[in-house]
Design a protein around this ligand. Structure first.
Ligand code: AR6
Length: 171
């Protein structure tokens, strides 16, 4: 297991990292799940900044401040809605991880926490989502020395087990 990667069970809004990633929707105007939790914890200034940005296409990312969160920054990314797996879902989910990490590097962010993007309301199955998340982060870290720590914040035992299985796979 890469020593720059960690997994834990918990609430991403409580993480003391440079940036947390939000599993947003393309309006960036908030919603349920982790998005709702992040907006509640950050306070109304986050929604104001998101309004000014004006939206984000699926697979892309946008950066805002973290306001009342312990994290300095929020990287908003829009995961794909699961439509059976034959509609580019895997590649779009991979783009969320790659683009989030690239944006982090551009802004000097060294520690970053990810939720399991798309695995809630958007219906992406947990095991393949964890596989893509771990593969993309491993590949990125291999070529980038500036990110010090990536934390996968799992909200359930099921998620934790899926990430643990991926992280313990032999290279
Ligand atoms: N900390 C960490 N993980 C969490 C938290 C939390 N506080 N809360 C939920 N999760 P979801 P999506 C997990 O539905 O599938 C929103 O309405 C959750 O268990 O938040 O990408 C947006 O506005 C699941 O494993 O995001 C969009 O409309 C994972 O986070 C839509 O949902 C993602 O679940 C995006 O759907």
């Amino acid at each position: 297991m890469n020593e720059r990667i960690a997994i834990l069970i918990g609430d991403i809004t409580r993480q003391h990292v440079d940036a947390i990633v939000n599993a947003a929707n393309s309006s960036l105007l908030g919603g349920g799940g982790v998005d709702g939790a992040i907006h509640r914890a950050a306070g109304p200034e986050l929604l104001e900044e998101c309004r000014r940005i004006g939206g984000c296409p699926t697979g892309e990312t946008r950066l805002t401040r973290g306001y009342r969160l312990p994290a300095t920054w929020v990287i908003h990314t829009v995961g794909p809605v699961w439509r059976g797996g034959q509609h580019g879902e895997d590649e779009l989910l991979a783009s969320c991880y790659r683009n989030s990490l690239a944006l982090a590097v551009q802004h000097g962010i060294r520690t970053i926490a990810f939720p399991a993007i798309s695995t809630g309301v958007y219906g992406f199955p947990m095991a393949p989502a964890a596989h893509i998340a771990v593969r993309e982060v491993n590949d990125f870290l291999e070529h980038d020395p500036s990110i010090e720590r990536v934390v996968f914040v799992c909200y359930s035992q099921e998620a934790y087990k899926a990430y643990e299985a991926e992280l313990n796979k032999p290279e």
